[in-house]
Design a protein around this ligand. Structure first.
Ligand code: FES
Length: 105
């Protein structure tokens, strides 16, 4: 096991993880941030995309230990006040999909 410390959506988070644990699984299973999805097993769909230190990354291609010390933003971190992020608004308008947030009433 390896101890990691990652800032996720502005909050410091720690975990003891298997060195082979993917960042996507750390986010979903350890932190319960299920807005990050696993949509394929070929690293092509992008459903697992997060920001790592401000850069887009497929979290299914990164081990959680590789993100140690980084700042990660998930879809949940884009709309902290319940307002849709412009990216989410784009999904809303073009697909009717809320991309990780509940539809506003
Ligand atoms: S789950 Fe499809 S690219 Fe990561």
């Amino acid at each position: 096991m390896a101890q990691i410390s990652i800032t996720v959506n502005g909050k410091a988070r720690r975990g003891n993880v298997d060195p082979r644990l993917l960042l996507a699984h750390f986010l979903r299973e350890h932190l319960r941030l299920t807005g990050t999805h696993i949509g394929c097993d070929t690293t092509q769909c992008g459903a697992c995309t997060v920001l790592v230190d401000g850069r887009s990354a497929k979290s299914c291609t990164i081990f959680a230990v590789q993100a140690d010390g980084s700042a990660v933003t998930t879809i949940e971190g884009l709309a902290p006040d319940g307002q849709l992020h412009p990216l989410q608004q784009g999904f809303w308008k073009s697909t009717g999909c809320s991309a990780g947030t509940a539809r506003p009433a």
